[in-house]
Design a protein around this ligand. Sequence first.
Ligand SMILES: Cc1ncc(COP(=O)(O)O)c(C=O)c1O
Length: 394
Amino acid sequence: MPSLSSRLSRVKPSSTLAMTGKVLELQQKGVKVVGFAAGEPDFPTWEHVCEEAHDAIRRGEFRYTAVGGTPQLKQAIRTKLERDNGLTYSDAEVIASCGGKHSLYNAMQAVLDEGDEVLIPGPYWVSYPDMAALSGGVPRFVMASEANGFLLTAAELEAALTPKTKLVILNSPSNPTGATYSEAQMAELGRVLAAHPSCWVIADDVYENIRYDGTRPRHMVAMEPALRERAIVCNSVSKTYAMTGWRIGYTAAPTAVVKAMTTLQSQSTSNPSSIAQAAAASALSGSQSMVEPMVAEFQKRRDYICQRINAIPGLSVQVPGGAFYVFVNCAGVFAKAGVADGDALALKLLEGAHVGVVGGNDFGSSDHFRISYATAMQQIQAGMDAIETYLQGL
Ligand SMILES: Cc1ncc(COP(=O)(O)O)c(C=O)c1O
């Protein structure tokens, strides 16, 4: 067999998708497994959004669209950025892609060269280092402390930036920790970044609406306009609108970045699905009133799950301010479980408790595992019972 691309040796498969796959495999064999691995809301996509997709089909929107998205979707993205983030962008500064992952990947492809350093605050989403590596970048990590709620301080960011840093990736609320920066904290990070003009800044905002402090902070780029010419704002309809399968992400950035991303897209995927674009435009520009009840439901689950975990000897969790994840410190049960890290414990929990959680190694911490509580309360209760019983029985 001829050899495979050496580029791919730089990346590994997504560990969250791998665990989701293992859970599905067991479920298909008839084993009752509680899946806490998948990072997607369990709510249906809103009725009027689905209706818009049907209408797009009825209207016959079956053709290729402009590579970077239909005028309607671009307008909806611009409306959203203005309404929610106080950011004004032109059509030439926004691009729709096939999911937020695709937006982030194309953005990194657009700005990174071989050997460029990418500063990633940790614990971090599993895909950032691999996307950076695929784009020739060299990931460097700056870990936020658990005692500080996994929030990076401005001083820590400042100390980690070097003249070689080409890109910084910020993600608030965070996957996997749920750490959520306040407006004041984000403003401080913004000030530090504004003073380092040689690097690009990606703001991964996919969880921006899932925060529990009831605030809607100003966007870092709105607070620090000097950053606008270096900021790449990535977002997606996946989490806010329970539209993970529709695959629409979007980016707002300086024209040169969007142009480069459009060129890349024109030679790879072309436009995202025309039907999904129509649905996403409707979600972004229509009433947002259904976001709040979903967030309220997530908050109930967060409160329940944190209380249950903190009652289990050897496990502990920082109550997170957003997203739908908890990053559980499980180092206290390693000896009892005969394991050396969170990944090994995750496998034990799958086999012994029939609960699918994701080990923390690929998020940057071997002392943790991640639970996604984007699943029904009944499942969460069953899963917590199973974890508790299993650990008690060791
Ligand atoms: C931090 C973060 N960014 C981006 C994404 C991309 O989501 P999608 O590709 O579904 O838009 C995810 C999905 O899990 C995520 O957790």
